[in-house]
Design a binder for this molecule. Structure first.
Ligand SMILES: Nc1nc2c(ncn2[C@@H]2O[C@H](COP(=O)(O)OP(=O)(O)OP(=O)(O)O)[C@@H](O)[C@H]2O)c(=O)[nH]1
Length: 401
């Protein structure tokens, strides 16, 4: 934050960002607006400057001084309109920003040149110089240094011309100097304040944007952490199936729903046969891999509404809401078949894998998940004792295989 504040510090005299790269970025961001405003301001000022040819005519008539003034006005107006056109068409790139100064120096020169040709109208011209100084400051956006230099040239040039050609006495010269200085100071301060305010506004907007961005990143990071924590809390690290605790929570809700809807709810326990031998023969990591493959095959063979979890070790549990015993038995047989068909390569190619499944379905008013698991587990035990690789079904406390 401190670093950002430093980036957005504005210089008290130039009204620009102290950080040159920040100033460049700022200028680029307002480039389009400045281009249009500059072009419009120069076009309007050129038209007004040209219109004063009427005043020249009334003061001088068709004299040589009038024609000289007219020529000067035509040159200034044409050049200014040309620059305004260039700016509007192609814009001013950063390396050609001096083009902003050209119309100001042209106007200034034009106004100064009026003094030797119309020295008697000095008071009117003094007003014009003050107005022009203000116009430079207020109508030329974001170019404080350019404007300050051009204003200085206009005012000093005008004062010198007034002394030389209008033969101004020392006291009126002093008064005129004070008036011009006042005009320059007021114009400069107004522009400086405008520049500083604009940059502060820009800095605030950017700081707010950056803070918003950081906030969004923080929220996304927290959401991803929460998701990771949730996965850790609910998933089994090895098989990525629901862990026992999460399975129990979900299965309990499903069982309650089935009871409320008066539909059957089946559950089976799956145990990999002779799994210890797999570990002993190929090692623990191969055993892990077998568990992962069994978990994948089982999960793939189930409906989206069924829920599977790892109960512990090489034992899995499946809840089948709205499923009768006969339907659940078909699913169990299918699972057993899929596991048996699992193909292992290389070192484990000789492995013939089988599972024993104990199946139980709820009685009419049964809502105790633990009791259902116990019955399925009992059937699993029966299956293990009677040769493994089979599905053993229990309904209403009776065994059916
Ligand atoms: N690789 C691996 N082995 C595990 C994991 N959890 C439990 N086991 C092993 O699984 C084996 C289970 O052995 P037993 O309970 O005797 O069962 P079994 O060998 O499958 O025999 P039956 O179930 O009677 O067919 C044990 O050796 C455990 O160490 C695990 O996450 N990874």
């Amino acid at each position: 934050m401190l670093l950002q504040k430093k980036q957005y510090r504005v210089h008290g005299l130039t009204g620009q960002f102290c950080d040159a790269s920040r100033e460049l970025i700022y200028r680029r961001s307002i480039h389009e607006r400045v281009r249009e405003e500059f072009s419009l301001a120069v076009s309007v000022a050129a038209s007004v400057f040209g219109m004063f040819a009427i005043a020249d005519y009334y003061l001088l008539g068709f004299t040589s001084a009038f024609y000289m003034l007219l020529t000067m006005r035509v040159v200034v107006v044409s050049l200014c309109l040309w620059v305004a056109y260039i700016v509007r068409r192609g814009g001013i790139s950063d390396d050609r920003s001096w083009l902003h100064a050209v119309p100001l120096w042209l106007f200034a020169t034009g106004i100064i040149l009026i003094v030797p040709l119309r020295p008697e109208s000095l008071s009117t011209q003094t007003t014009a110089v003050v107005v022009a100084t203000m116009a430079f400051c207020l109508l030329i956006p974001n170019r404080l240094t350019v404007v300050a230099a051009a204003s200085l040239y206009l005012n000093i040039g005008f004062l010198v011309a007034a002394v030389l050609f209008a033969k101004l006495a020392p006291i009126p010269t002093l008064l005129l100097s004070l008036l011009l200085i006042m005009g320059m100071v007021v114009g400069f301060c107004a522009l400086l304040r405008l520049e500083i305010l604009q940059r502060k506004q820009y800095a605030l907007l950017h700081e707010e944007r950056e803070q918003n961005l950081q906030l969004h990143q923080e929220i996304a990071h927290r959401e991803s952490l929460e998701e990771q924590l949730r996965v850790l809390a609910e998933r089994d690290a090895l098989t990525k199936l629901n862990n026992r605790g999460h399975f129990m929570n979900v299965a309990k809700k499903l069982l309650q729903r089935s009871q409320a809807d008066h539909v059957p709810f089946s559950l089976f326990m799956i145990d990999v046969d002779h799994f210890k031998q797999i570990n002993d023969t190929w090692g623990h990591s191969y055993g892990d891999w077998v568990l992962i493959r069994v978990a994948e095959v089982c999960a793939e063979a189930l409906r989206p509404s069924d829920v599977i979890g790892r109960f512990g070790g090489e034992e899995f549990v499946v809840a089948l809401p709205n499923t009768s015993t006969s339907d659940a038995q078909r699913v169990a047989e299918r699972l057993k078949q899929r596991v048996a068909e699992l193909a292992f390569t290389d070192e484990m190619s000789e492995l013939s894998l089988s599972v024993t499944i104990g199946l139980a379905t709820t009685n009419a008013d049964e809502s105790n998940l633990e009791a259902l698991i116990k019955r399925a587990d009992d059937m699993l035990y029966v299956g293990k004792r009677s040769g493994r690789d089979q599905v053993v079904v229990c309904r209403d406390g009776l065994r059916q295989d």
